[in-house]
Design a protein around this ligand. Sequence first.
Ligand code: PLP
Length: 360
Amino acid sequence: MESPVGSRMLVDGRRVDYYCGTSYYSLHGDPRVIDAACAAIRRYGLGPATVMNTPPLLEVVERAGAFFGTQSATYIVSGYLADMVLVQALSDDYDVVFVDERSHYSVFDGLVVGEKPVVRFRHKDANDLSVKLADNVKAGQIPLVLSDGVFPTTGAIAPLRDYVETLSPYDDALLCVDDSHAIGVIGEEGKGTFEYLGLRGPNLYLVGTLSKAVGGVGGIVPGSHGLMEKIRQHSRVPIGASPPSAAAAAAAATGLRILSEHPEMRKQLWSNVARVRGGLRKLGIDVEASPVPIISIQSTPGLDVKRLFQELDKRDIVVAYVAARGYSDAPNVESVRIAVFSTHTESQIDRLLESIGAFL
Ligand SMILES: Cc1ncc(COP(=O)(O)O)c(C=O)c1O
């Protein structure tokens, strides 16, 4: 990749239509974001040398709180560590963990520090969760359920409404999602999967990343002052690891500002997603109607997705080929992952669809 991320990119010396990765608004390549990052480095230096008090870092905390509608937020060097931060923060609040078996690696690695029993339930299966809860929660114990909100390879949305219902007999049960692919993307205000599904409540927690749709780098744990206090008491990452660089923070703060000020960007993204999903359905490919900009085309007896990937590449259209079980949630068969951006033009999308149609 030899140019900033965007819907048109320079890859291996070729100008291509780019449908990979996670910069769903191409903000990582947006001149406003790049200028903010450069200015922050000139003013504050590359990093704050372990201390979390430079203005761009504090601005991210403030803007993230405003974006998610929470009292505050904790900003850390990577989204990968955000799950760990939350699991440690809540360590006094649960007894047994239930985790979707295809949750992201960061969810499972975050759980290692939890030092509590962990039970896996079948992917997106509230019935299996219900059985596992009944078998493993003893009287007086509190369960914590963990899952991705939106899964990174398939774009599937976790059935969180069903999980909330399944948890209703368990007092004080907690539901936490890694919403890295949903933040800024789904929900009326881009707040993620809970907002999209109309769920609210004190026992619902989300963590995620500002390294994807928001166009910056770093992990975020939004929440109440009470949660921030628990993070201060129990989570080691915010005190033991350097915070994101000034450049990353300025980029993230600018991305959050742009997404808050321009809701029409979300509408444009959803409209592009609908154009791709609708077009694929017309071609006979079975994709759900969903606003998620991650679209998975899976191999079937009549469809060789590796060849599809190669044929698109010959036309300078770059999508991602995913091996069977090649990522945390990747299907059991080979697939192609198409990431739709708000910056893809109608003619780019039509060329993608026409190229897929020509292959079929
Ligand atoms: C679901 C999920 N969580 C966490 C991460 C890690 O985020 P970051 O790249 O900010 O470390 C990813 C990265 O791809 C992800 O897909």
